[in-house]
Every structure is written in C-alpha cells, then in structure tokens.
Write a protein that binds this ligand. Structure first.
Ligand code: PMP
Length: 449
C-alpha cells in the first residue's frame, strides 16, 4: 500500500504545481524577503504554500482564483466564520472611535465579565496571542508558588515562547522512555536552563504525573496541559483523567494551567473546562474568542491573579486594545449555546459521513475519527490515539495524501497533519459536500489501486 500512496502523492504534487502558477510565483518573490517565504513558519510547506487573497464565511480564494472550502479556519480561530457580520460591524464602529488608547476602555471590563461568566474565573487579563497568554500564566504560577519547575505533556504545543518550547514534536531518536520522556528543545536558541526547569510527562497517564510530582516534591509550580490535545490531531482525555490531574495538583500544591487556546469555545460555550467539569487554577485562551483578530486572554483564581501588578509583570502596548475587544465582545455575543449546538450537530453528522466513507478502505488504510464540540480529525491508525507517540506512530504519509488530494479539489484542511477541521457557525451541510465528494473519489481510487 505504501508504494501506491507514494505514487498517488507524487501525482497530487504534480497536479498541485501545475494548478497553482500564481502561488508559485508569489512564493518565489516572497522567498527573497521572508525566511521560508512566509510570515510564520507554520504556513510553509513544499513545494510552496497557496497564497490567499480573500475570505468570506466558510470560503477562501487563492491568487489563482480557486475557491476553497476552508476547514482549517485559522487553526480554529474562526469559530464564527470569516467576516462574521456582527464582528465586522463592531470593528467598523470601533475604527471610527480609535484603535489604540493604551488607557482603560469600557470594553475591557465588559469582555472580562463575559469570560468570567463562561469560565467561572473572577479575574482576567488580555494579550495579543495564545503564546503571550501561556507565557504569562507560567510566569504567574512560578511567582505565586515560588517554585521553579513546569510539568508539561509530551506533544503539547503551547506557543513559541522559550519556557514552553519543549517536547512539542519530539522524534523517536530523542524522546526517551514513554513513561518518563526526555525534555527535548523544540528550537535552537532555547537555553539549556529551560530544559532543566521542565519535566515532561505522557498525556492520559495520571500515574506518570504522580511519579513526577513525587520525584520533584515541593519544586513544581504548575502542570500545563491542553485538556484535549489538539496539536496531534485530536487526543481526547481518558475517562476521569482530568479529574485525577486536578486532585494530584491539589495534593502537591501545584497550580493547574489549562491551555485552552485550541479548545476554548470550539469545545463548548465554557470551553473544555466546562465540558469536562474540571476547573483549572489558570485558563489560557486565544483563537476562538476573537473572531479572527489577534487576541488572547488568561483568567484565574482571585488569589493567584491578584499577584499581577504586585509582584508579577504583565505589560503590553496592545493588550486589551479597544479594536480587538470589540471583536471579542461581538464573538462572545454570537457564540450562544444555541449557535454552538448547531455547529456541534453539523460536526457530528459530517464526522459520521467521513467515517462511513473511510470505513470502505479500513483494510487498506486504517483510520479513526475523533470529534470534540465543533472540531474533528482523522488519525491514520486503527485505534484512537491516547498519547502523542500514538499519533506520531500513525501513518503520516497517508495523512499527507488525504490532505493534498482535498487541497487539489477545493478544500483547505490544515497542512500540518497535526491540526483538525473546524465547523464554524458559517458552515452549512451543503458547503461540506465538496469535502465528502472528493473523499468519495479518493477512497474509490484507493479501492481500485
Ligand atoms: N497553545 C496552543 C494549544 C496552541 O495550539 C497554540 C497555537 N496553535 C498556542 C498556544 C499559541 O497561540 P498563538 O499562535 O496565538 O500564539
């Protein structure tokens, strides 16, 4: 099967290059000015990425005038779709009033109150990205507990700040024992001290977490975890895992930080925290709260959050600027429980159609489909992944074929293979047909091969 997949993939890369001449030229020009020809390394792939010129609702258009169904949706940021009318109106109104005051605005308290209602935390601060939310939460936890160590999950990505660029995508050559993984730097330039200050554990393994807490008793400031892992497809928490994590953190005086940058409102109205009924000490948000603008937020326990400004630094020229907060408020107003329930229903029906089609080639290409709230993902293995290593050991070549085949037929799913699809409030059943039709075509090709 592998050689068939390799051949089909080569055909698809040829077709991609032929059909995207303007993107190819745009990429050549960009290479002269931007490393990898892109503004963020996550946007790069070989032979060149598609250059997008505009977006609307569930669609984007590229510079070669192809229209795509967007299932990537800004890595899940665009829960309300591109150019949601309410978000657009709020932005336009705020443009008239000014974009940056670097002074308090009325929007900050309103947006914080709306997040407090959903997540139960009384105090909030805003940032410009998920990276900044997590980076500040980790600093806050270290300051509050006066402890040094951060425990994180292998395969968990938490942004591109030095303290968390550890074991995000380790390879078998360096990752060490499964139950006690090595701490591996994700980038050159991350100081060795970061590795010494970080302990890595597998996801879904409360015993390994307990052992780590025992080994470093009195030294661990925080356990940083995505309640659902969403940088390795979708890895759901096993039954009771998050509750056990909560209890262990309480027992060892460790702060629990939920990184809900990916889950957030895409998991439920009150995030994965609300869905699983487990309240962290600090929650980090970004992406889905902003309707497509660069924003993040973190909220937490009163006693923890009150350290900010007293002993803990949190600055930022753009934090809580009225322009992005206008979009946040409009997004929060638009993502009602009713609106989200519709996305969840469409997502479940879409996932079940995807499963039905993939089941026809299970003997050739084993797959599992996982969903959470408005998101879904295919893992190319016979059983659902429980840890990062399960995902890493899945058939990533088959994943690449399914991604490129859909790109060539008018659907953008994320290039990273580690991401998931998002059904936004702008996606309709009808719009999703283009994905299902090309999937039917591909499974037909595989069956005949
Ligand atoms: N945390 C998680 C779980 C993420 O997936 C990401 C980005 N994909 C981040 C943090 C960083 O967010 P940003 O890209 O907005 O800095």
């Amino acid at each position: 099967m592998r050689s068939i997949i390799e051949r089909l993939l080569q055909d698809e890369y040829d077709r991609f290059s032929v059909n995207h001449p303007r993107s190819a030229r745009a990429h050549q020009a960009a290479l002269a000015r931007l490393p990898l020809g892109v503004g963020s390394s996550i946007q790069a792939f070989d032979p060149f990425p598609v250059t997008i010129t505009r977006a609307d609702g569930p669609f984007v258009w590229d510079t070669d005038s192809h229209r795509y169904l967007d299932l990537n949706m800004g890595f899940g940021a665009l829960l309300v779709g591109h150019r949601h009318p309410r978000v657009m109106r709020a932005l336009e109104e705020q443009l008239e009033l000014g974009t940056l005051f670097v002074a308090p605005s009325l929007q900050a308290e309103k947006a914080a109150s709306m997040l407090a209602e959903r997540f139960g935390h009384p105090l909030w601060r805003f940032t410009s990205s998920g990276t900044e939310s997590v980076m500040t939460a980790v600093r806050l936890a270290r300051a509050y507990t006066r402890r040094r160590l951060l425990v994180k999950v292998e395969g968990g990505y938490h942004g591109h700040a030095d303290p968390v660029l550890v074991s995000g995508k380790p390879s078998p050559a360096t990752w060490g024992p499964a139950s006690r993984p090595n701490a591996v730097a994700d980038s050159a330039g991350v100081p060795d001290s970061v590795l010494h200050d970080t302990v890595v554990v597998p996801f879904n393994d409360p015993d390994a977490l307990e052992r780590a807490f025992l080994r470093h008793e009195g030294e661990v400031a925080a356990f940083l975890v995505e309640p659902v892992m969403e940088n390795a497809g979708i890895i759901l928490p096993s039954d009771g895992y998050l509750a056990k994590v909560r209890a262990l953190c309480d027992r060892f005086g460790v702060l629990l930080i939920f990184d809900e940058v990916k889950t957030g409102l895409t998991a439920s109205w009150s995030g994965a925290s609300g869905l699983y009924g487990v309240t962290p000490d600090i929650v980090c948000l970004a992406k889905s709260i902003g309707g497509g603008v660069p924003v993040g937020a973190f909220g937490g326990r009163e006693d923890v959050m009150r350290s900010i400004g007293v002993s803990v630094a949190h600055h930022g020229t753009y934090n809580a600027n009225p322009l992005v907060l206008a979009a946040v408020i409009a997004t929060l107003e638009s993502t009602t429980p009713e609106a989200l329930a519709i996305t969840h229903r469409i997502n479940e029906e879409f996932a079940s159609s995807v499963r039905t089609l993939l089941d026809t080639v299970q003997d050739l290409v084993p797959t599992t489909v996982s969903t959470i709230g408005s998101k879904g993902s295919v893992t190319f293995s016979a059983t659902p992944p429980v840890t990062y290593r399960d995902w890493k050991n899945s058939d990533l070549l088959a994943a690449e074929l399914f991604w490129l085949f859909s790109t060539n037929r008018g659907v953008l799913t994320p290039p990273g293979l580690d991401e998931q699809w998002l059904i936004s409030t702008a996606h309709t059943f009808g719009a999703l047909d283009v994905y299902l039709n090309q999937l039917e075509e591909l499974v037909g090709v595989l069956r005949r091969s």
